[in-house]
Design a protein around this ligand. Structure first.
Ligand code: ZN
Length: 546
Protein backbone atom coordinates (compact mmCIF):
# COMPACT_ATOMS: atom_id res chain seq x y z
CA UNK A 1 0.00 0.00 0.00
CA UNK A 2 1.19 3.50 -0.86
CA UNK A 3 1.76 6.18 1.81
CA UNK A 4 0.00 8.98 0.00
CA UNK A 5 -2.23 9.57 -3.02
CA UNK A 6 -2.79 13.03 -4.43
CA UNK A 7 -5.65 13.33 -6.91
CA UNK A 8 -7.71 16.00 -8.64
CA UNK A 9 -4.51 17.92 -9.37
CA UNK A 10 -2.90 19.58 -12.38
CA UNK A 11 0.53 18.03 -12.10
CA UNK A 12 3.18 19.45 -14.45
CA UNK A 13 6.07 17.01 -14.48
CA UNK A 14 8.47 19.45 -16.22
CA UNK A 15 10.04 16.33 -17.75
CA UNK A 16 8.94 17.69 -21.10
CA UNK A 17 6.94 20.71 -22.10
CA UNK A 18 3.18 20.21 -21.69
CA UNK A 19 3.36 16.82 -19.94
CA UNK A 20 0.82 16.69 -17.14
CA UNK A 21 -1.03 14.28 -14.88
CA UNK A 22 -4.05 14.26 -12.58
CA UNK A 23 -2.89 12.03 -9.75
CA UNK A 24 0.21 10.56 -8.19
CA UNK A 25 1.15 8.11 -5.47
CA UNK A 26 4.07 8.33 -3.06
CA UNK A 27 5.83 5.70 -0.98
CA UNK A 28 8.89 6.01 1.26
CA UNK A 29 9.39 9.61 0.17
CA UNK A 30 9.44 8.85 -3.55
CA UNK A 31 6.91 9.14 -6.35
CA UNK A 32 5.69 5.66 -7.32
CA UNK A 33 3.08 6.24 -10.03
CA UNK A 34 1.63 9.07 -12.10
CA UNK A 35 -1.91 8.91 -13.55
CA UNK A 36 -3.17 10.88 -16.58
CA UNK A 37 -6.73 10.65 -15.17
CA UNK A 38 -8.12 10.44 -11.64
CA UNK A 39 -8.37 6.82 -10.47
CA UNK A 40 -11.96 5.72 -9.66
CA UNK A 41 -13.13 6.57 -6.16
CA UNK A 42 -13.26 3.04 -4.72
CA UNK A 43 -9.78 2.54 -6.06
CA UNK A 44 -8.64 5.72 -4.28
CA UNK A 45 -9.90 4.32 -0.98
CA UNK A 46 -7.99 1.10 -1.44
CA UNK A 47 -4.77 2.54 -2.78
CA UNK A 48 -3.16 4.33 0.11
CA UNK A 49 -3.21 5.15 3.78
CA UNK A 50 -3.76 8.82 3.08
CA UNK A 51 -5.13 10.79 0.21
CA UNK A 52 -5.34 14.46 -0.62
CA UNK A 53 -7.98 15.95 -2.89
CA UNK A 54 -5.95 18.75 -4.49
CA UNK A 55 -9.15 20.49 -5.63
CA UNK A 56 -7.66 21.29 -9.02
CA UNK A 57 -4.55 22.97 -7.64
CA UNK A 58 -1.41 23.06 -9.76
CA UNK A 59 1.54 20.89 -8.71
CA UNK A 60 5.10 21.61 -9.80
CA UNK A 61 8.46 20.15 -8.76
CA UNK A 62 9.91 21.93 -5.69
CA UNK A 63 12.15 24.89 -6.54
CA UNK A 64 15.94 25.02 -6.19
CA UNK A 65 17.94 28.25 -5.78
CA UNK A 66 21.37 27.60 -7.29
CA UNK A 67 23.24 30.60 -5.86
CA UNK A 68 22.57 32.10 -2.45
CA UNK A 69 24.55 32.86 0.68
CA UNK A 70 22.79 31.09 3.54
CA UNK A 71 24.61 32.38 6.60
CA UNK A 72 24.60 35.97 5.32
CA UNK A 73 20.88 35.66 4.58
CA UNK A 74 20.30 34.37 8.11
CA UNK A 75 22.44 37.15 9.62
CA UNK A 76 20.79 39.90 7.57
CA UNK A 77 17.31 38.64 8.46
CA UNK A 78 17.92 39.37 12.14
CA UNK A 79 20.66 42.01 12.25
CA UNK A 80 20.03 44.44 9.46
CA UNK A 81 17.40 46.83 8.22
CA UNK A 82 16.79 47.44 4.53
CA UNK A 83 17.40 51.16 4.02
CA UNK A 84 16.14 51.98 0.50
CA UNK A 85 12.45 51.22 0.32
CA UNK A 86 10.30 51.31 -2.81
CA UNK A 87 6.80 52.54 -2.20
CA UNK A 88 4.12 54.22 -4.29
CA UNK A 89 6.35 54.38 -7.34
CA UNK A 90 9.42 55.89 -5.74
CA UNK A 91 12.41 55.14 -3.57
CA UNK A 92 13.13 56.69 -0.24
CA UNK A 93 15.48 57.96 1.13
CA UNK A 94 16.16 60.29 -1.80
CA UNK A 95 19.29 62.04 -0.53
CA UNK A 96 21.92 61.92 2.20
CA UNK A 97 19.93 64.28 4.41
CA UNK A 98 17.17 61.67 4.56
CA UNK A 99 19.72 58.89 5.12
CA UNK A 100 21.01 60.91 8.08
CA UNK A 101 17.52 61.04 9.64
CA UNK A 102 17.11 57.25 9.38
CA UNK A 103 20.47 56.63 11.01
CA UNK A 104 19.85 59.15 13.78
CA UNK A 105 16.47 57.62 14.62
CA UNK A 106 17.82 54.08 14.62
CA UNK A 107 20.76 55.01 16.82
CA UNK A 108 18.43 56.59 19.37
CA UNK A 109 16.19 53.55 19.73
CA UNK A 110 18.94 50.93 20.07
CA UNK A 111 21.55 50.36 22.74
CA UNK A 112 25.04 51.80 22.20
CA UNK A 113 26.61 48.37 21.82
CA UNK A 114 24.27 47.25 19.01
CA UNK A 115 25.85 47.56 15.59
CA UNK A 116 23.71 49.54 13.14
CA UNK A 117 23.61 47.52 9.95
CA UNK A 118 21.69 48.71 6.93
CA UNK A 119 21.44 46.84 3.66
CA UNK A 120 19.68 47.33 0.34
CA UNK A 121 21.14 50.82 -0.24
CA UNK A 122 20.34 51.76 -3.85
CA UNK A 123 23.11 54.19 -4.83
CA UNK A 124 21.56 55.56 -8.07
CA UNK A 125 18.37 56.59 -6.23
CA UNK A 126 20.32 58.87 -3.86
CA UNK A 127 20.76 62.42 -5.26
CA UNK A 128 24.44 62.49 -4.34
CA UNK A 129 24.91 59.14 -6.11
CA UNK A 130 27.19 57.70 -3.42
CA UNK A 131 27.38 56.03 -0.02
CA UNK A 132 27.85 58.24 3.05
CA UNK A 133 31.44 58.74 4.22
CA UNK A 134 32.94 57.76 7.57
CA UNK A 135 32.90 61.44 8.64
CA UNK A 136 29.19 61.75 7.90
CA UNK A 137 28.32 58.52 9.75
CA UNK A 138 30.44 59.58 12.76
CA UNK A 139 28.62 62.90 12.87
CA UNK A 140 25.12 61.41 12.57
CA UNK A 141 25.62 58.81 15.32
CA UNK A 142 28.90 59.33 17.19
CA UNK A 143 30.95 56.35 18.42
CA UNK A 144 28.69 53.75 16.87
CA UNK A 145 29.53 50.81 14.69
CA UNK A 146 27.60 51.63 11.52
CA UNK A 147 27.70 49.99 8.13
CA UNK A 148 25.61 50.62 5.03
CA UNK A 149 25.74 47.98 2.31
CA UNK A 150 24.84 48.66 -1.33
CA UNK A 151 22.05 46.55 -2.84
CA UNK A 152 24.46 44.53 -5.00
CA UNK A 153 26.60 43.61 -1.99
CA UNK A 154 29.77 44.88 -3.59
CA UNK A 155 30.39 48.15 -1.80
CA UNK A 156 29.73 49.44 1.67
CA UNK A 157 30.58 52.29 3.98
CA UNK A 158 31.68 52.16 7.60
CA UNK A 159 31.92 54.52 10.56
CA UNK A 160 35.32 55.00 12.25
CA UNK A 161 34.30 52.40 14.82
CA UNK A 162 33.53 49.95 12.02
CA UNK A 163 36.84 50.60 10.26
CA UNK A 164 38.71 49.99 13.51
CA UNK A 165 36.89 46.70 14.03
CA UNK A 166 38.08 45.68 10.58
CA UNK A 167 41.62 46.64 11.47
CA UNK A 168 41.70 49.72 9.22
CA UNK A 169 43.09 52.99 10.55
CA UNK A 170 40.25 55.53 10.09
CA UNK A 171 42.70 58.42 9.58
CA UNK A 172 42.99 59.25 5.88
CA UNK A 173 40.14 56.90 4.98
CA UNK A 174 36.71 58.08 3.86
CA UNK A 175 35.11 54.83 5.00
CA UNK A 176 33.73 53.84 1.59
CA UNK A 177 34.97 50.42 0.53
CA UNK A 178 34.76 49.12 -3.01
CA UNK A 179 35.96 45.83 -4.27
CA UNK A 180 38.60 47.29 -6.53
CA UNK A 181 40.39 48.71 -3.50
CA UNK A 182 43.24 46.75 -2.13
CA UNK A 183 41.70 46.81 1.30
CA UNK A 184 38.58 44.99 0.15
CA UNK A 185 37.20 43.66 3.35
CA UNK A 186 33.89 41.98 2.63
CA UNK A 187 35.24 38.78 4.19
CA UNK A 188 36.04 40.58 7.42
CA UNK A 189 32.68 42.36 7.33
CA UNK A 190 30.88 39.01 7.03
CA UNK A 191 32.82 37.64 9.97
CA UNK A 192 32.11 40.80 11.94
CA UNK A 193 28.39 40.27 11.31
CA UNK A 194 28.39 36.62 12.13
CA UNK A 195 30.41 37.28 15.29
CA UNK A 196 27.74 39.67 16.57
CA UNK A 197 25.21 36.87 16.13
CA UNK A 198 24.58 35.04 19.35
CA UNK A 199 23.03 31.58 19.36
CA UNK A 200 19.57 33.00 19.97
CA UNK A 201 19.74 35.37 17.00
CA UNK A 202 21.30 32.73 14.79
CA UNK A 203 18.53 30.25 15.50
CA UNK A 204 15.89 32.96 15.06
CA UNK A 205 17.43 33.87 11.69
CA UNK A 206 17.57 30.26 10.54
CA UNK A 207 13.90 29.76 11.38
CA UNK A 208 12.98 32.99 9.57
CA UNK A 209 15.00 32.02 6.48
CA UNK A 210 13.59 28.48 6.34
CA UNK A 211 10.06 29.83 6.77
CA UNK A 212 10.47 32.25 3.88
CA UNK A 213 11.94 29.50 1.69
CA UNK A 214 8.95 27.20 2.42
CA UNK A 215 6.59 30.09 1.80
CA UNK A 216 7.98 30.55 -1.72
CA UNK A 217 8.20 26.85 -2.62
CA UNK A 218 11.97 26.39 -2.29
CA UNK A 219 13.06 22.86 -1.41
CA UNK A 220 16.75 23.21 -2.24
CA UNK A 221 19.40 25.90 -1.79
CA UNK A 222 22.93 26.00 -3.15
CA UNK A 223 24.77 27.77 -0.36
CA UNK A 224 27.93 29.65 -1.35
CA UNK A 225 29.69 30.15 1.97
CA UNK A 226 32.95 31.34 3.45
CA UNK A 227 35.51 33.99 2.62
CA UNK A 228 38.59 33.01 4.56
CA UNK A 229 41.33 30.99 3.07
CA UNK A 230 41.45 29.01 6.27
CA UNK A 231 38.08 27.23 6.51
CA UNK A 232 38.51 26.48 10.20
CA UNK A 233 38.57 30.26 10.91
CA UNK A 234 35.43 30.86 8.91
CA UNK A 235 32.23 31.26 10.87
CA UNK A 236 29.81 30.74 8.01
CA UNK A 237 31.46 27.45 7.04
CA UNK A 238 31.37 26.33 10.66
CA UNK A 239 27.67 27.14 10.86
CA UNK A 240 27.05 25.12 7.68
CA UNK A 241 28.95 22.14 9.00
CA UNK A 242 27.17 22.15 12.35
CA UNK A 243 23.64 23.37 11.65
CA UNK A 244 23.34 23.35 7.86
CA UNK A 245 23.29 19.57 7.83
CA UNK A 246 20.26 19.49 10.15
CA UNK A 247 18.08 21.85 8.14
CA UNK A 248 14.97 20.29 6.56
CA UNK A 249 15.64 21.82 3.12
CA UNK A 250 18.11 20.20 0.73
CA UNK A 251 21.13 22.47 1.22
CA UNK A 252 24.19 22.00 -0.99
CA UNK A 253 27.41 23.70 0.05
CA UNK A 254 29.83 25.48 -2.28
CA UNK A 255 32.80 26.43 -0.08
CA UNK A 256 34.26 29.79 -1.20
CA UNK A 257 37.75 28.77 -0.16
CA UNK A 258 40.68 29.23 -2.54
CA UNK A 259 42.59 26.01 -2.07
CA UNK A 260 40.87 22.71 -2.60
CA UNK A 261 43.45 20.99 -0.42
CA UNK A 262 41.94 22.63 2.66
CA UNK A 263 38.49 21.22 2.08
CA UNK A 264 38.86 17.53 2.89
CA UNK A 265 36.99 17.76 6.23
CA UNK A 266 34.11 19.36 4.32
CA UNK A 267 34.03 16.97 1.40
CA UNK A 268 33.30 14.14 3.84
CA UNK A 269 30.02 15.88 4.68
CA UNK A 270 29.12 16.72 1.08
CA UNK A 271 27.36 14.65 -1.58
CA UNK A 272 29.80 15.75 -4.26
CA UNK A 273 33.00 17.79 -4.37
CA UNK A 274 32.42 21.46 -5.10
CA UNK A 275 34.42 24.67 -4.70
CA UNK A 276 34.02 28.36 -5.45
CA UNK A 277 31.30 30.96 -5.77
CA UNK A 278 31.79 34.60 -4.89
CA UNK A 279 34.26 35.73 -2.21
CA UNK A 280 37.69 34.29 -2.98
CA UNK A 281 36.38 33.22 -6.41
CA UNK A 282 35.27 36.68 -7.61
CA UNK A 283 36.76 37.62 -10.98
CA UNK A 284 35.36 41.17 -10.62
CA UNK A 285 32.88 43.26 -8.61
CA UNK A 286 29.42 44.54 -9.61
CA UNK A 287 27.94 47.21 -11.86
CA UNK A 288 26.29 49.25 -9.06
CA UNK A 289 29.69 49.80 -7.41
CA UNK A 290 31.28 50.37 -10.86
CA UNK A 291 33.68 47.52 -10.14
CA UNK A 292 32.55 44.92 -12.70
CA UNK A 293 35.32 44.78 -15.34
CA UNK A 294 34.63 45.96 -18.92
CA UNK A 295 36.56 46.82 -22.06
CA UNK A 296 34.85 50.25 -22.18
CA UNK A 297 34.81 52.78 -19.32
CA UNK A 298 31.77 53.46 -17.15
CA UNK A 299 29.70 56.43 -18.31
CA UNK A 300 30.26 59.85 -16.80
CA UNK A 301 33.58 60.79 -18.36
CA UNK A 302 35.70 58.70 -16.06
CA UNK A 303 38.44 56.33 -17.13
CA UNK A 304 37.11 53.64 -14.79
CA UNK A 305 36.86 50.26 -16.53
CA UNK A 306 36.20 48.38 -13.32
CA UNK A 307 38.92 45.92 -12.48
CA UNK A 308 39.81 42.28 -12.40
CA UNK A 309 40.14 40.85 -8.91
CA UNK A 310 41.82 37.75 -10.33
CA UNK A 311 43.70 37.28 -13.58
CA UNK A 312 43.64 34.03 -15.53
CA UNK A 313 47.16 33.32 -14.29
CA UNK A 314 46.01 33.73 -10.70
CA UNK A 315 42.85 31.66 -10.97
CA UNK A 316 44.24 28.91 -13.18
CA UNK A 317 46.35 27.14 -10.50
CA UNK A 318 43.31 27.09 -8.18
CA UNK A 319 41.17 25.62 -10.96
CA UNK A 320 43.88 23.14 -11.89
CA UNK A 321 44.06 21.84 -8.32
CA UNK A 322 40.26 21.57 -8.13
CA UNK A 323 40.01 19.79 -11.50
CA UNK A 324 42.84 17.39 -10.60
CA UNK A 325 40.94 16.29 -7.51
CA UNK A 326 37.62 15.89 -9.36
CA UNK A 327 36.01 18.97 -7.85
CA UNK A 328 33.31 21.04 -9.57
CA UNK A 329 34.25 24.73 -9.88
CA UNK A 330 32.00 27.77 -9.81
CA UNK A 331 33.23 31.34 -10.31
CA UNK A 332 31.73 34.83 -10.13
CA UNK A 333 32.18 36.86 -13.35
CA UNK A 334 29.91 39.78 -14.31
CA UNK A 335 31.65 42.20 -16.70
CA UNK A 336 32.73 41.30 -20.24
CA UNK A 337 36.45 41.51 -19.43
CA UNK A 338 36.07 39.32 -16.34
CA UNK A 339 34.08 36.75 -18.32
CA UNK A 340 36.69 36.64 -21.10
CA UNK A 341 39.52 36.28 -18.60
CA UNK A 342 37.75 33.39 -16.88
CA UNK A 343 36.99 31.70 -20.21
CA UNK A 344 40.71 31.87 -21.03
CA UNK A 345 41.43 29.95 -17.84
CA UNK A 346 38.68 27.39 -18.62
CA UNK A 347 40.04 26.92 -22.14
CA UNK A 348 43.47 26.24 -20.69
CA UNK A 349 41.92 23.76 -18.26
CA UNK A 350 40.20 21.99 -21.13
CA UNK A 351 43.47 21.81 -23.07
CA UNK A 352 45.09 20.15 -20.06
CA UNK A 353 42.29 17.77 -19.10
CA UNK A 354 40.25 17.30 -22.30
CA UNK A 355 36.78 15.81 -22.00
CA UNK A 356 37.09 15.42 -18.21
CA UNK A 357 36.36 19.10 -17.62
CA UNK A 358 32.85 18.51 -19.00
CA UNK A 359 32.10 15.71 -16.59
CA UNK A 360 32.51 17.99 -13.59
CA UNK A 361 29.79 20.41 -14.79
CA UNK A 362 31.73 23.59 -14.00
CA UNK A 363 29.63 26.72 -13.68
CA UNK A 364 29.93 30.47 -14.25
CA UNK A 365 27.84 32.50 -11.86
CA UNK A 366 26.24 35.79 -13.03
CA UNK A 367 27.80 35.68 -16.57
CA UNK A 368 25.94 38.90 -17.05
CA UNK A 369 27.53 40.76 -19.97
CA UNK A 370 29.09 38.20 -22.35
CA UNK A 371 29.77 38.97 -26.00
CA UNK A 372 28.41 36.62 -28.70
CA UNK A 373 31.87 35.01 -28.95
CA UNK A 374 31.97 34.48 -25.18
CA UNK A 375 28.57 32.74 -25.27
CA UNK A 376 29.80 30.43 -28.02
CA UNK A 377 32.91 29.65 -26.10
CA UNK A 378 31.20 29.09 -22.74
CA UNK A 379 28.37 26.96 -24.11
CA UNK A 380 29.54 25.30 -27.31
CA UNK A 381 33.24 24.82 -26.53
CA UNK A 382 33.29 24.51 -22.75
CA UNK A 383 29.83 23.25 -21.69
CA UNK A 384 29.69 25.55 -18.68
CA UNK A 385 26.49 25.91 -16.66
CA UNK A 386 25.24 29.50 -16.37
CA UNK A 387 23.85 30.84 -13.07
CA UNK A 388 22.31 34.36 -13.56
CA UNK A 389 19.87 36.47 -11.48
CA UNK A 390 17.59 38.12 -14.08
CA UNK A 391 15.17 39.36 -11.40
CA UNK A 392 17.66 42.13 -10.71
CA UNK A 393 17.65 43.26 -14.36
CA UNK A 394 13.87 43.42 -14.27
CA UNK A 395 13.87 45.46 -11.05
CA UNK A 396 16.60 47.74 -12.41
CA UNK A 397 14.62 48.46 -15.58
CA UNK A 398 11.20 48.75 -13.96
CA UNK A 399 11.73 50.61 -10.68
CA UNK A 400 11.81 54.31 -11.55
CA UNK A 401 14.93 55.89 -10.14
CA UNK A 402 17.09 52.77 -10.38
CA UNK A 403 18.06 52.21 -13.99
CA UNK A 404 21.66 51.49 -12.93
CA UNK A 405 22.65 49.85 -16.20
CA UNK A 406 21.56 52.71 -18.44
CA UNK A 407 23.11 55.25 -16.09
CA UNK A 408 26.45 53.49 -15.70
CA UNK A 409 27.09 51.45 -18.85
CA UNK A 410 27.71 52.07 -22.53
CA UNK A 411 24.44 51.38 -24.45
CA UNK A 412 26.11 48.61 -26.43
CA UNK A 413 27.12 46.83 -23.20
CA UNK A 414 23.58 47.22 -21.78
CA UNK A 415 22.29 45.21 -24.76
CA UNK A 416 24.48 42.24 -23.75
CA UNK A 417 22.79 41.65 -20.38
CA UNK A 418 21.87 38.06 -19.49
CA UNK A 419 21.32 36.62 -23.00
CA UNK A 420 19.19 33.72 -21.75
CA UNK A 421 17.38 32.91 -24.98
CA UNK A 422 20.66 32.82 -26.92
CA UNK A 423 22.26 30.56 -24.29
CA UNK A 424 19.32 28.12 -24.34
CA UNK A 425 19.30 28.25 -28.15
CA UNK A 426 22.87 27.00 -28.15
CA UNK A 427 21.96 24.14 -25.81
CA UNK A 428 23.22 25.85 -22.65
CA UNK A 429 21.87 25.08 -19.18
CA UNK A 430 20.74 28.00 -17.03
CA UNK A 431 20.28 27.54 -13.27
CA UNK A 432 17.91 29.98 -11.51
CA UNK A 433 19.13 31.85 -8.45
CA UNK A 434 18.63 34.90 -6.23
CA UNK A 435 22.10 35.67 -4.80
CA UNK A 436 20.26 36.26 -1.49
CA UNK A 437 20.82 38.41 0.58
CA UNK A 438 21.82 40.60 -2.40
CA UNK A 439 18.26 40.11 -3.67
CA UNK A 440 15.35 38.56 -1.81
CA UNK A 441 15.24 34.76 -1.82
CA UNK A 442 11.96 34.89 -3.79
CA UNK A 443 12.23 32.53 -6.82
CA UNK A 444 9.11 34.10 -8.38
CA UNK A 445 10.93 37.43 -8.75
CA UNK A 446 13.64 35.65 -10.76
CA UNK A 447 11.14 33.65 -12.86
CA UNK A 448 9.21 36.87 -13.46
CA UNK A 449 12.46 38.58 -14.51
CA UNK A 450 13.27 35.80 -16.99
CA UNK A 451 9.85 35.88 -18.66
CA UNK A 452 9.48 39.70 -18.60
CA UNK A 453 13.16 40.41 -19.27
CA UNK A 454 13.97 44.04 -20.25
CA UNK A 455 15.71 42.89 -23.47
CA UNK A 456 12.68 41.38 -25.21
CA UNK A 457 14.63 39.16 -27.61
CA UNK A 458 16.25 37.38 -24.63
CA UNK A 459 13.00 36.58 -22.77
CA UNK A 460 12.42 32.89 -22.12
CA UNK A 461 9.17 30.94 -21.77
CA UNK A 462 7.55 30.08 -18.46
CA UNK A 463 8.45 26.42 -19.08
CA UNK A 464 12.12 27.31 -19.64
CA UNK A 465 12.10 29.61 -16.60
CA UNK A 466 10.61 26.90 -14.35
CA UNK A 467 13.20 24.40 -15.61
CA UNK A 468 16.01 26.74 -14.46
CA UNK A 469 14.62 26.49 -10.91
CA UNK A 470 13.93 22.74 -10.94
CA UNK A 471 15.67 20.21 -13.21
CA UNK A 472 18.66 22.45 -13.95
CA UNK A 473 19.29 23.14 -10.26
CA UNK A 474 19.33 19.39 -9.60
CA UNK A 475 21.58 18.85 -12.64
CA UNK A 476 24.14 21.30 -11.23
CA UNK A 477 24.70 19.01 -8.24
CA UNK A 478 24.48 15.73 -10.20
CA UNK A 479 21.05 14.89 -8.77
CA UNK A 480 18.87 15.08 -11.89
CA UNK A 481 18.04 11.37 -11.64
CA UNK A 482 16.78 11.82 -8.09
CA UNK A 483 14.89 15.09 -8.11
CA UNK A 484 14.13 18.24 -10.12
CA UNK A 485 11.09 16.90 -12.01
CA UNK A 486 7.99 14.90 -11.12
CA UNK A 487 8.72 11.37 -12.27
CA UNK A 488 8.18 7.96 -10.78
CA UNK A 489 11.23 6.90 -8.80
CA UNK A 490 12.26 10.47 -7.94
CA UNK A 491 11.93 12.08 -4.50
CA UNK A 492 8.49 13.56 -3.94
CA UNK A 493 9.65 17.19 -3.68
CA UNK A 494 6.82 19.32 -4.99
CA UNK A 495 4.72 22.42 -4.43
CA UNK A 496 0.99 23.14 -4.64
CA UNK A 497 -0.36 26.41 -6.03
CA UNK A 498 -3.88 27.71 -6.53
CA UNK A 499 -2.77 29.52 -9.66
CA UNK A 500 -1.39 27.77 -12.73
CA UNK A 501 1.76 29.66 -13.87
CA UNK A 502 1.20 28.37 -17.43
CA UNK A 503 -2.19 30.00 -17.38
CA UNK A 504 -1.14 33.27 -15.73
CA UNK A 505 -0.58 36.61 -17.42
CA UNK A 506 3.24 36.80 -17.50
CA UNK A 507 3.07 40.21 -15.88
CA UNK A 508 1.59 38.62 -12.76
CA UNK A 509 4.10 35.80 -12.23
CA UNK A 510 5.66 37.84 -9.46
CA UNK A 511 2.52 37.43 -7.36
CA UNK A 512 2.19 33.64 -7.57
CA UNK A 513 1.46 32.16 -4.15
CA UNK A 514 2.63 28.75 -3.00
CA UNK A 515 0.12 26.96 -0.76
CA UNK A 516 2.08 23.90 0.28
CA UNK A 517 5.67 22.69 0.00
CA UNK A 518 6.51 18.98 0.21
CA UNK A 519 9.93 17.38 0.66
CA UNK A 520 10.30 13.60 0.39
CA UNK A 521 6.52 13.31 0.33
CA UNK A 522 6.00 15.14 3.61
CA UNK A 523 4.53 18.63 3.90
CA UNK A 524 7.04 21.07 5.32
CA UNK A 525 5.26 23.52 7.59
CA UNK A 526 6.42 26.92 8.74
CA UNK A 527 7.29 26.99 12.44
CA UNK A 528 7.08 29.74 14.97
CA UNK A 529 8.99 28.30 17.90
CA UNK A 530 11.05 30.12 20.51
CA UNK A 531 14.80 29.85 19.76
CA UNK A 532 15.58 27.10 22.29
CA UNK A 533 12.80 24.67 21.28
CA UNK A 534 13.63 25.32 17.61
CA UNK A 535 17.30 24.60 18.23
CA UNK A 536 16.42 21.38 20.04
CA UNK A 537 14.15 20.39 17.16
CA UNK A 538 16.97 21.05 14.69
CA UNK A 539 19.55 19.16 16.71
CA UNK A 540 17.31 16.13 16.97
CA UNK A 541 16.52 16.05 13.27
CA UNK A 542 18.28 13.81 10.80
CA UNK A 543 21.79 14.75 9.68
CA UNK A 544 22.04 15.16 5.92
CA UNK A 545 24.88 15.38 3.48
CA UNK A 546 25.15 18.90 2.11
ZN1 ZN B 1 26.84 35.76 -4.69
Amino acid sequence: MEDLLIYNAKIYSLEKEGENFSAMTIKNGRITELYPDNPPLDCIRKMSRNSIDAENQTILPGLIDSHMHFVMTVAMSVLSTPISVYQDGEFSPKNLAEVKEIIKTNSQVSSKSTPLIFNNYVIPTIEENRLPTRMELDQWAPNRLITIIAIDGHSFSLSSEGLRKLGINPENHDGILNEDMEEFNMDKLVNLFTSTLNIKLLVEGIQKTINSAIDKGLVGLHCLEGFQDDPSADLSLKVMKLVGRKIPLKLRLYPQVKHVSKLNPYFKKMRSRRIGGCGAWDMDGAVGAKTAAFEKPYLGGSDNYGSLLLTKDEIFPLMYAAQSSGTQITTHAIGTTAINELLEAHTLLKTEFGIDTKNLRHRIDHFEFPTKEAIDRAITDLDLLIVPQPGFNWVDANYPGMNTYNKFLDPEIVQRQNPMKTIIGKGGIICGSSDSPVQSLDPWLQIHGMVNFPIESERISIYEALRTYTYNGAYATFEENDRGTIKSGKYADFIMLSQDPFDTNPENLLYIKVNKTFINGIELKKTNLAPIPYLVKLLFSKTNLI
